[in-house]
Design a protein around this ligand. Structure first.
Ligand SMILES: Cc1ncc(COP(=O)(O)O)c(C=O)c1O
Length: 1010
């Protein structure tokens, strides 16, 4: 029948509603595969959904649905579900005659308000968990329900999905292969599948049938709607369907499914044998979906709804095909609280009865105990990245350690997050951004080259290869063992290629036989000679390689599949000691560290290693750092670390002794400054630098009055706080002290004066403050400002402002101080110092953060004249300022900026990033302003009335952190995202940043204000 002749208009729907139900309301059309559905809106009420069937709809089928809903209403406590509204004659199903004289069935159900799943962005673990939870509750509520229609033949029933085989000819190539692969898998599992527990289930929690609460932060699933696909089938099919749709549009489909499974299990406990079929059931639902789409494209080319889910269904089906079904099963088991691998318990029981010695594994080595070597990401033993990348050094260090522990075998590594795998080759993009494969799954035994490795138990050779090509294992042997009714495998990596490849697959090895010999690098695939020994219960589909390291988010699955090899040896020194948790650290801080110290992020992170523009947490997770302008030339830059280490090994004293380091640093700094600024004082922090600068100004002018900007911040010392409006006008502050004079934040975007030509207007405000000081009968001491006001929200000084302000201040006899603590040392790109952007020369410049790259080092530069007047006889002594170690570090930083052309990098990458951010601002109007210079940028979020959007800014920073990108927020209204990364930040990093910003800006919480 022609689709147009089936259609019901909204006017007709409203008439039907009125005639049949005596209800007046406004109808609007909703999508639907079979029925014609209308949303009925009634003022101040939730409203209804009116469902009008196609002609000749089977009444038994409709009766089934209505009875089912009524059953749920009675049995489903804690459950929201549509309620059946009876017509004016008390019928749950009514009948009408349409304009073509056809009989149509009509039903009215209560409306469930909220958002349809498909419109919810982001769909996070908690939401998917609640989906599972609700579906589980519904299955529970349907327990005991039956109806003849529940036993019908139904194409969307996963149990009946093999009909799709008859339509394979519609597909070709990879798609055909995938479909037939899953069909065959499903068919092969038929026997045990048919015995799984059955019930009437909803069977269609697809992305248009799930209602989510309207709250934009932490939303949850309210209800499943549309019970038209309910059927009596294996319960696991219902789980599979919820998963099949909820995993669409996620990079890591398996990870996305786990939360749904966990949620389902929490309200409707799933059985182990059901989980065995879940992977295939998910696949078969998708197989049905794409097969239906394939058929419908031919049958009803106009009905676009039928095609809606085809694309994401194919995408996810292809991804699903790449996932090991066994690994998925083990992951589902962990999600439901079972052991990841069913053999884990058997192995533990068996091995608790056994005792093996290291001399069984290495009979030629007469040692029984081990020295535990920590190679984790936080290990001080491995030191700087450049050290562990130096294989000769590594070998030397191992030998030294061996000498110090000559009676022991050096060993360790089980479940260690290792930095060795932090190269991007081990990264993948998961559902939360970059994930690093870093968790080591075996134990390493560090022994000399050619040490013989012997078999602990009888075994059969499964893998015997040279794996050096992948720089993983070198010679690799995997043996299969059969003990008391179960199997397991042992893996031996980093062997000599000759001894490892000398086997025929399937050949047997007896307990005590020599398996192979340890190789040396490079033949063994990585460092100094050692054995990587791993136990595993499954080989999955690996025939050559097997992961020796795993992703942190899969650690619970992998540690079950690959148990601790020390279970065999029971060596106390190899036991994983209890580590201090983050909560322990937080608790101690709260009790014993300053009460006004803050912690970044709602869930604080513990960072244990820095590397360039990345920080690494204790789990080996890498974060892209867009915040830290202190790690100026990159976290733990090798040249800077080396400079500090070398000097501290010699001497560190105060500056009363002669040392060339202090002179060298002075020379390096002066090369970057205008000739007028040529006298230096070295101090230990930005605060100390500003404290000294203000002292100098007072000594020079004899005046105490200081002019500073609104929302300026200049440090934590007494004087600094007194001139920091950010502090004294903020929480806990008591307003400006008598001698501090604040002029309005020179913000051309949302400040007192707006637009481009506001420089002079703001400068006049400085002049006002000068007048103010004069009115009080006093003179100006100093004017202090940052070239881009950081805490103010990355406020660029408007053109002409600084020039004019300096002129007014100097005319009044005051000194001009440029606070370059945040912006200095090449970050601005166009210029080395911020003041140079404005064509002025200050009397005093204060330098901090970047100069030491994390080491406490700061400086004050001034003119000869200022220095002369300050040196009034009172000695300036600073215990640490200018010490040889700090100066060596500062020199290394400045030389690195020059050698690696980092100022140019800040310019190029900064301009690129700014351009891309402006593009983004065109797409998302809540980005009101993008500003800044070089790699010191600000993104200000406002609504259409220029009101600040602090909640959105905070949301964005936290969501970016969820994706492994660190960002900070600032500004008087907390609505500015600051971008000020180490200036080794690359274009690729900028692209990654933009990619995730674009992703988060599209999320509901952000778009709801656009
Ligand atoms: C502009 C500015 N000046 C001075 C300081 C104080 O520096 P420090 O924290 O090293 O004492 C800061 C610190 O954030 C700053 O941002």
């Amino acid at each position: 029948m022609n689709y147009d002749n089936l259609k019901i208009s909204t006017q007709q729907a409203e008439n039907i509603l009125s005639e049949v139900f005596n209800i007046e309301g406004n109808a609007s059309m909703l999508p639907g595969e079979v029925d014609f559905n209308f949303r009925i809106k009634i003022q101040n009420e939730e409203g209804y959904i009116l469902k009008i069937s196609r002609p000749n709809e089977d009444v038994t089928y409709l009766d089934f649905q209505q009875k089912l809903l009524q059953f749920v209403e009675t049995n489903g406590q804690n459950l929201i579900a549509p309620k059946v509204i009876k017509d004016k004659n008390g019928n749950a199903i009514s009948e009408i005659t349409d304009t073509y004289g056809k009989q149509r069935k009509v039903r009215l159900l209560s409306w469930i308000s909220g958002r349809v799943w498909s419109t919810v962005n982001p769909q996070l673990d908690d939401l998917r968990f609640s989906l599972g939870e609700q579906c589980g509750l519904l299955t529970q509520a349907l327990h005991g329900f039956d109806h003849p229609e529940a036993q019908r033949e139904f194409a969307w029933d996963v149990a009946q999905s093999l009909w799709t085989k008859d339509h394979l000819h519609l597909f070709e190539g990879v798609e055909k292969e995938i479909l037939s692969n899953f069909q065959n898998k499903f068919e092969a599992l038929g026997n045990s599948y048919s015995q799984l527990r059955k019930s009437v289930v909803h069977n269609d929690a697809n992305d248009n049938n799930v209602i989510v609460s309207s709250t934009l932060i932490n939303p949850s699933v309210k209800a499943a709607i549309d019970y038209g696909d309910a059927i009596h089938t294996q319960v696991i099919n219902d789980v599979a369907i919820a998963c099949a749709y909820a995993i669409m549009n996620h990079n890591d489909a398996l990870d996305a499914a786990l939360a749904v499974v966990k949620g389902y299990h929490s309200t409707f406990p799933l059985q182990e044998e059901e989980l065995l079929h879940l992977y295939t059931a998910i696949a078969m639902r998708l197989v049905i979906s794409v097969t239906k789409s394939g058929m419908n494209k031919i049958a009803e080319p106009d009905n676009t709804y039928l095609l809606i889910s085809e694309k994401p269904a194919w995408e996810v089906l292809k991804k699903w095909n790449d996932i090991s079904d066994e690994f998925a099963y083990h992951s589902f088991r962990v999600a439901c609280g079972f052991t990841g691998h069913p053999n884990e318990e058997k192995f533990n029981n068996w091995s608790s009865q056994q005792q093996f010695h290291l001399s069984d594994l290495f009979p030629t080595v007469c040692k029984v105990d081990v020295h535990h070597l920590d190679l984790s990401v936080s290990s001080k033993w491995i030191g700087h990245q450049s050290n562990f990348n130096d294989l000769d050094l590594f070998q030397f260090k191992i030998e030294q350690l061996q000498k110090e522990n000559s009676t022991k075998i050096i060993a360790g590594g089980y479940l260690e997050p290792r930095p060795i795998y932090t190269s991007t080759a081990y990264d993948k993009i998961g559902n939360k951004g970059r994930e690093s494969r870093s968790i080591h799954l075996g134990v390493d035994f560090w022994l000399p080259e050619q040490t013989a490795v012997h078999a602990l138990f009888d075994g059969e050779v499964m893998i015997a290869v040279n794996d050096a090509g992948d720089k993983e294992y070198g010679g690799l042997v995997v043996l299969k063992h059969q003990v008391e009714g179960f199997e397991f495998y042992t893996l031996y990596g980093h062997l000599t290629v000759e001894s490892a490849t000398n086997y025929k697959l399937g050949s047997t090895i007896k307990k005590g036989d020599c398996i192979a010999y340890l190789g040396n690098y490079p033949e063994n695939g990585n460092w100094a000679p050692h054995l990587h020994f791993q136990i595993l219960f499954s080989l999955y589909n690996y025939t050559v390689d097997f992961p020796g390291v795993a992703y942190n988010n899969q650690i619970d699955v992998w540690k079950s599949i690959c148990p601790d090899p020390n279970i065999l040896f029971k060596l106390e020194t190899l036991q994983n000691n209890e580590k201090i948790t983050n909560q322990d650290l937080i608790d101690y801080r709260k009790q014993h560290l300053g009460k006004s110290l803050s912690l970044q992020y709602k869930v604080p992170i513990k960072m244990v290693r820095g590397s360039g523009q990345y920080l690494v947490d204790q789990f080996g997770q890498k974060y892209l750092d867009t915040v830290n302008n202190v790690a100026h030339v990159g976290h733990e830059h090798a040249a800077v670390v080396k400079a500090g280490q070398e000097q501290i090994a010699l001497i560190n004293t105060n500056s009363r002794y002669l040392h060339e380091n202090i002179n060298t640093l002075a020379q390096e700094l002066l090369k970057t400054l205008p000739p007028e600024l040529n006298v230096l004082h070295f101090v230990n922090s930005g605060s100390e630098a500003n404290e000294l600068a203000i002292r100098m100004a007072k000594a020079n002018t004899g005046e105490r009055d200081i002019i500073a900007s609104e929302v300026g911040y200049h440090g934590n010392a007494n004087m600094c706080i007194d001139i920091s409006s950010y502090k004294f006008d903020g929480k806990g502050g008591k307003g400006a002290p008598e001698h501090t004079h604040i002029f309005p934040l020179p913000d051309a975007f949302r400040g007192k004066y707006r637009g481009k030509d506001t420089g002079e207007q703001y400068a006049k405000e400085v002049q006002e403050q000068i007048k103010n000081i004069h009115t009080k009968g006093r003179g100006v001491g100093a004017f202090i400002i940052e070239p881009i006001i950081s805490c103010g929200g990355q406020i660029e000084l408007p053109e002409g402002f600084l020039n004019n302000a300096y002129r007014y201040v100097r005319d009044a006899g005051g000194l001009c101080i440029s606070d370059e603590v945040q912006v200095g040392c090449g970050r601005m790109g166009k210029t080395f110092w911020g003041f140079q952007l404005h064509d002025v020369v200050p009397d005093i410049v204060t330098i901090g953060k970047p100069l030491g790259n994390g080491h406490p080092l700061a400086a004050v530069v001034c003119t000869q004249e200022v220095a002369e007047k300050f040196a009034n006889g009172m000695e300036y002594f600073n215990t640490f300022g200018g010490n040889p170690v700090s100066c060596a570090i500062g020199t290394a930083v400045l030389q690195t900026v020059k050698r690696e052309k980092l100022q140019e990098n800040a310019l190029n990458v900064g301009e690129f990033l700014k351009h891309e951010l402006k593009q983004l601002a065109n797409e998302y109007p809540i980005i009101g302003d993008v500003r800044g210079q070089g790699l010191f940028l600000g993104i200000e979020l406002v609504d259409s009335n220029m009101n600040p959007l602090a909640a959105q800014t905070d949301y964005l920073a936290n969501r970016m952190k969820d994706h492994g990108i660190l960002m900070s927020t600032d500004g008087p209204d907390h609505n500015v995202l600051k971008v000020k990364p180490p200036i080794v930040f690359t274009k690729e990093n900028a692209k990654e940043l933009i990619h995730y910003l674009r992703k988060i800006f599209a999320e509901n919480f952000m778009t709801s204000h656009q």
